[in-house]
Ligand binder design. Structure first.
Ligand SMILES: NC(=O)C1=CN([C@@H]2O[C@H](COP(=O)(O)OP(=O)(O)OC[C@H]3O[C@@H](n4cnc5c(N)ncnc54)[C@H](OP(=O)(O)O)[C@@H]3O)[C@@H](O)[C@H]2O)C=CC1
Ligand SMILES: CC(C)=CCC[C@@H](C)[C@H]1CC=C2C3=C(CC[C@@]21C)[C@@]1(C)CC[C@H](O)C(C)(C)[C@@H]1CC3
Length: 418
């Protein structure tokens, strides 16, 4: 068993109290959003229209459906992959291997769903099951995180995450103790980060679109845009699946309640909020405005993809011709920092692109309600906090070279603003 982290190590998320609050607040917020989205006034900051009783939340059918979904995605993960890649170097200097077949899993899932729908699968009934499904996903995330916590008790020291091992059980349960928990070659964090939650998100969106078509004769333009933009985002994540191996979630954070709940419940049930809102609150959208919103999403995507690909290419092979001409700062670790190209514009150009897309996903819902802008508000807070955590980690890793980078590239996310 590994010793706890030094008690002097600063704790993220407000320490054990903050973690305890988030363990309660995140599910509560998710249920609030699900209830408010279908209520007439749809007030983000108002009280929920009613408090659901146990019979509205608990459904063995919903749990069975969720477990079948997880089983299907796990089976697709285990299918032979054409490509297997190595992750970042671990504390013991070894590297884990990861299958790259997420996009293949998306295509097979789409085919299965298509076959199911043409055979009479009532996908349009899914919106009515969101509450019990979200409850089942929350229960699953709690049980799963508990098992992960117990598994970490017998993990060797080198397998533990830099955070998440404070010795405080609530904090460690939230943040996650083990960096890459696995059974044989099945990597739980890599699997959960990209597959069941992201694909469930677009499936829920599609179900909402079909339900709207059933209710109103055809889906609205706003619903098409939200579905299209978010499908692009999810397909892009799975197409560039190996890019996730350089994100903070995989290289730094443990796998605990934050990511288990985030991946399995928060993403599918809150990221589909705009489509949920549109089903119950149809919004008029003309072609000129729709074109402007499409352009905004395209600009956001261009920055997001350009920045992420540039960094991933550079980290994989700094002499790759696509990045070899970029200016860099050497660091004492032997790794270099890009200081021109996207990463010379601001220190987190990928966050900027992601935020622009978040705005484009909300605009089709009009400006009469704050609710569809929840994602933009939450995401801004998440990225500002994430950026601060990343800065701290980079300062620790790169010291003076990081100071030099901050001097050369003074803005964090938005040029000349922040
Ligand atoms: N939709 C959603 O809910 C969420 C989406 N995201 C998205 O996920 C993506 C990944 O985000 P995240 O993991 O936070 O962070 P990044 O992908 O930005 O990774 C940060 C790391 O990049 C490396 N880096 C930083 N600056 C430079 C530089 N100048 N040159 C080379 N390498 C550099 C450092 O690691 P090292 O030097 O060790 O390589 C740093 O720790 C982003 O696009 C973000 O928008 C994130 C959270 C939630
Ligand atoms: C406090 C709180 C709500 C924590 C949970 C946060 C998680 C929902 C997010 C943390 C990082 C994420 C990433 C993506 C989805 C959301 C979570 C899990 C991501 C998979 C979305 C698609 C992108 O292309 C991505 C692969 C870059 C991204 C990685 C980070």
């Amino acid at each position: 068993m590994a010793p706890p982290q030094s008690s002097r190590a600063s704790l993220d998320f407000g320490g054990p109290l903050g973690a305890a609050a988030l363990i309660l607040l995140l599910p509560a917020t998710m249920f609030h959003l699900l209830l408010v989205a279908r209520s007439g006034p749809a007030r983000l900051l108002g009280p929920p229209p009613y408090l659901p009783g146990p019979e509205a939340l608990w459904s063995p059918r919903a749990l069975l459906l969720l477990l079948t979904w997880l089983g299907l995605q796990a089976a697709l993960y285990l299918l032979p992959a054409r490509k297997v890649v190595e992750g970042q170097e671990l504390k013991n200097k070894s590297r884990l291997r990861y299958p790259v077949n997420g996009f293949q899993a998306l295509v097979v899932t789409a085919l299965l769903v298509g076959l199911g729908v043409s055979a009479g699968l009532p996908l349009g009934a899914l919106p009515e099951m969101l509450l019990p499904l979200a409850f089942a996903a929350t229960l699953t995330a709690f049980v799963f995180s508990l098992l992960l916590y117990l598994k970490a008790l017998v993990a060797p020291a080198y397998a533990l995450a830099p955070g998440g091992n404070s010795g405080n059980p609530i904090y460690d349960f939230f943040l996650g103790r083990e960096l890459n928990p696995r059974i044989c070659s099945f990597d739980f964090k890599y699997f959960c980060e990209l597959r069941p939650g992201l694909m469930a998100w677009v499936l829920i969106n599609l179900a909402l679109l079909l339900q709207e078509a059933e209710l109103r004769g055809s889906p609205s333009l706003a619903m098409w845009l939200v579905n299209g933009f978010q499908l692009l985002y999810v397909a892009d994540a799975l197409w560039h699946e190996e890019g996730v191996l350089t994100t903070m979630d995989i290289t730094h954070d443990g796998f605990g309640f934050m990511l288990a709940f985030g991946d399995l419940a928060w993403v599918p049930f809150t990221y589909s909020l705009q489509a949920q809102f549109l089903l119950y609150h149809p919004q008029p959208l003309g072609l000129p405005m729709a074109s402007v919103i499409c352009l905004l999403n395209a600009v956001g995507y261009y920055i997001f993809r350009g920045a992420n690909s540039q960094k991933n290419t550079f980290r994989k092979n700094p002499s790759d011709p696509r990045v070899a001409d970029l200016e860099t700062i050497p660091t004492a670790t032997g790794r270099q920092l890009l200081v021109s190209g996207w990463w010379g514009m601001v220190r987190h150009p990928n966050y900027l692109g992601d935020l622009i897309m978040a705005l484009a996903w909300s605009l089709p819902c009009g400006v009469s309600h704050l609710l569809p802008y929840f994602y933009l508000l939450y995401f801004t807070a998440l990225l500002v906090h994430r950026e601060a955590r990343d800065e701290q980690q980079c300062l620790q890793k790169y010291g003076l070279a990081w100071h030099e980078y901050c001097k050369r590239v003074p803005y964090r996310i938005v040029p000349y603003v922040y």
